[in-house]
Design a protein around this ligand. Sequence first.
Ligand code: GUN
Length: 291
Amino acid sequence: MAAILIDGKTIATEIKLEVKDLVSKLRSQGVHPCLAVILVGTDPASHAYVSAKRRMSQEVGIRLIQHNLLQGISEFELIRLIHSLNADSEVHGILVQLPLPAHIEEHNVIEAISPEKDVDGFHPCNVGCLVTGLDTLISCTPHAVSQLMTRSGISTSGKHTVIVGRSNIVGKPLMNLLVQKTVGGNSTVTVCHSGTKNIKNFTVQADILIVAIGKARLVSADMIKPGAVVIDVGINRVEENGKTRLIGDVDFDHARNVASMITPVPGGVGPMTVAMLMKNVVKAATWSIRT
Ligand code: GUN
């Protein structure tokens, strides 16, 4: 039997409506949630991601201020801009679109952002809070995966979750989210990566298989335990039959005959990620009243 599709678009719309409501409440209290986005250079994928963020901000009533910087900007100038946004009480969230040019140290830039405005959840303070289970700004893609499962009625408690990929943006924070003793956590987590020998040995044991490795169709149907839940975080642009297509890290067409539930690409994790960013901006704006 074909797997049930986990519909990221519908769940993202649900979250968008919740955010819109929270934004209205904040605005009635005189706070207009505002996100500052810094985009360096002309990378088309980064421009497309920022456009998606701008569109959703407009839909939910969040103000978005975009700073487009030249590819050759120095790290010093970039950090100076971040410091001025940190000091601006009208700005609640700051996001620097990654990747950055090679001459800029990414960690210096991330660490320059005030943790309470770090809506990407990348600052070491926020990562530390996530690890220790404190309330914090959680990075958007791991949070999207977790919400997608919770809102689709998938329990992670007591299940064996195998994550393929150990990036700072997805794999590592997701591992920390899923092991917490909370609703949406309490899972036994295995993380596979480029140094793992025979990944299939691990993936076939997964009740929940989450793939975030950035390699088109890396996970084939024979790597999936029958009846497993499969979450595909990958977004890969491929040329097929003279057309550019977006495909995931999982061989969807075959995997859907083995899994019990599966996310499509596009339309799975992708739309959820931007929705979770909006949630973080609202959270940061709410904190600004408290402080
Ligand atoms: N580039 C790819 N994914 C992300 C993300 O989640 N946040 C930022 N800032 N840049 C990215």
